[in-house]
Design a protein around this ligand. Structure first.
Ligand code: IMP
Length: 180
């Protein structure tokens, strides 16, 4: 089975490829800029994104929409995670959390598939907390996210991240559906 992952994010592609290939789904990469609608719903964003990806790529395609939801900030940055990362960065997020005892957070990933006819959405979530300091390595919020049950951030967990991540859970569901 073959599918195309449409994104501008090479880091995501590397993870998607490693996870899906382990489930017998081959993935190639279409590095395309996709318009994201403004919405409070990750699901709506993912649906529209996968339709526009299929229109551009012209073959069965998956896109991902994801975000980091911090409880003490009422879910911020959530669907604005990409923008918040560019503007505030990890340093800015840690500053926003200064003074809060509750550092719990979750990552959510929605994988949306479209082949011109079928549209499927698969969701994955991982709970955890925000670290006190920025650790080395990783990408995006990896250096400040500690998954529940670990003392290390996603950045420090390196390849092991792919065994537990929100992305892994969403892709596993997608693969089960796709291979059926
Ligand atoms: P989008 O789905 O491309 O809009 O991305 C949401 C943002 O969340 C990304 O730009 C990253 O900053 C962040 N993000 C999503 N998944 C991860 C992850 O696995 N590790 C670190 N940051 C992530």
């Amino acid at each position: 089975m073959q599918v195309t992952f449409a994104s501008t994010n090479q880091n995501k592609y590397r993870e998607v490829q490693s996870i899906l290939s382990a489930h017998g789904v081959a993935v190639d990469f279409a590095q395309v800029e996709l318009i994201e609608i403004q919405s409070d719903s990750l699901e709506e964003i993912a649906k529209e994104k996968t339709k526009s990806a299929f229109a551009k790529v012209g073959r069965p395609v998956i896109v991902e929409d994801d975000g980091l939801f911090i409880d003490a900030l009422n879910g911020f940055p959530g669907q604005y995670s990409s923008h918040a990362f560019k503007t505030l960065g990890n340093d800015g997020v840690l500053k926003l959390l200064a003074g809060f005892n509750n550092r719990s957070a979750s990552f959510r990933s929605l994988i949306a598939f479209h082949d011109g006819k079928r549209l499927s959405i698969s969701e994955g979530r991982i709970d955890g907390s925000i670290s006190d300091t920025i650790t080395e390595g990783g990408w995006g919020y990896d250096p400040i996210f500690i998954p529940a049950g670990f003392d290390l951030t996603f950045a420090e967990l390196k390849e092991k991240k792919n065994e537990y991540s929100h992305r892994k859970k969403a892709l596993e569901k997608f693969a089960q559906w796709y291979l059926k």
